[in-house]
Design a protein around this ligand. Structure first.
Ligand code: ATP
Length: 239
């Protein structure tokens, strides 16, 4: 049996007549953390939304756990085990508790409540603020709520759109620390980012530029590539 959890093959899509992705293929294996890195406007959000069924695919296929998903509704993809954290991450006009319970709506209610309690154990800040509106949380706390909310759906793969957006470096570290904990539980991640800090937790990396995948490989392989080293790490290689 293949260990591929998610396979995206030759994805092409866009908005109206404007094409945004060209023949994009990527895969995430079970328990793997994959970071999709690219600059502003590269197409990261478009790709993540296409995987979740929020942007319609023009051509290509999305396979999860061996099942074709490209024509399934978003909620079916979530039920199948693909968790999603958008850039905003949570519903601002709901409480912390409501955000977590709404995310677990597809699970049996007892299981959902138990899972939410275990998430409070992992994220004590959220426990203290369970009745608070998400809008009253700090930017960093909202992101942690976003992570917890996505986890409350009990995903096998967590797909995240720029978890660092709007965060100070201290909170970026905090989010990375939270993600590390869950990598060890067997969860797989696909993280779209422009912040290279996230490469710290990457088993593999794809670069996305101008709607096309450029490089696919490991972080050490990125460092071995002079052009990538310059583009992403800002250093010039000695001749
Ligand atoms: P950012 O880091 O700024 O969010 P991104 O890598 O996520 O960038 P996308 O938001 O996916 O990139 O944008 C990819 C391309 O698609 C850009 O050229 C963008 O202008 C275009 N685009 C995105 N959303 C729309 C839309 N709703 N209508 C038309 N064009 C869009």
């Amino acid at each position: 049996m293949s260990s591929e959890l998610l396979q995206a093959n030759n994805l092409v899509t866009g908005y109206g007549k404007i094409q945004a992705l060209w023949d994009v293929s990527l895969a995430v294996k079970e328990r793997e953390t994959v970071v999709l890195i690219g600059p502003n406007g590269a197409g990261k959000t478009t790709l993540i939304k296409t995987l979740m069924g929020l942007v319609p695919l023009w051509t290509g296929e999305v396979i999860f756990n061996g099942k074709p998903m490209a024509h399934e509704r978003t909620d079916k993809r979530v039920r199948a085990g693909i968790g999603y954290m958008s850039e905003i991450g949570c519903f601002l006009d709901l409480s912390v508790q409501e955000n977590l319970l709404i995310s677990g709506q597809f699970l049996p209610s007892k299981e959902s409540r138990q899972l939410v309690e275990s998430l409070y154990d992992r994220f004590p800040t959220l426990q203290q603020k369970r009745k608070a509106l998400a809008s009253s949380l700090s930017g960093g706390e909202r992101k942690i709520l976003g992570v917890a909310k996505a986890l409350a759906a009990k995903p096998q793969l967590l797909v995240m759109d720029e978890p660092s957006a709007g965060l100070s470096p201290v909170f970026v570290k905090e989010v990375i620390r939270a993600l590390r904990q869950f990598r060890d539980t067997g969860l797989a991640f696909l993280i779209a980012e422009q912040n290279i800090k996230f490469l710290e937790i990457a088993d593999r990396v794809y670069t996305l530029e101008g709607g096309r995948i450029g490089f696919e490989g490991t972080v050490p392989q990125m460092h071995d590539n002079a052009a990538l080293e310059r583009a992403y790490f800002g250093l010039k290689r000695r001749p």
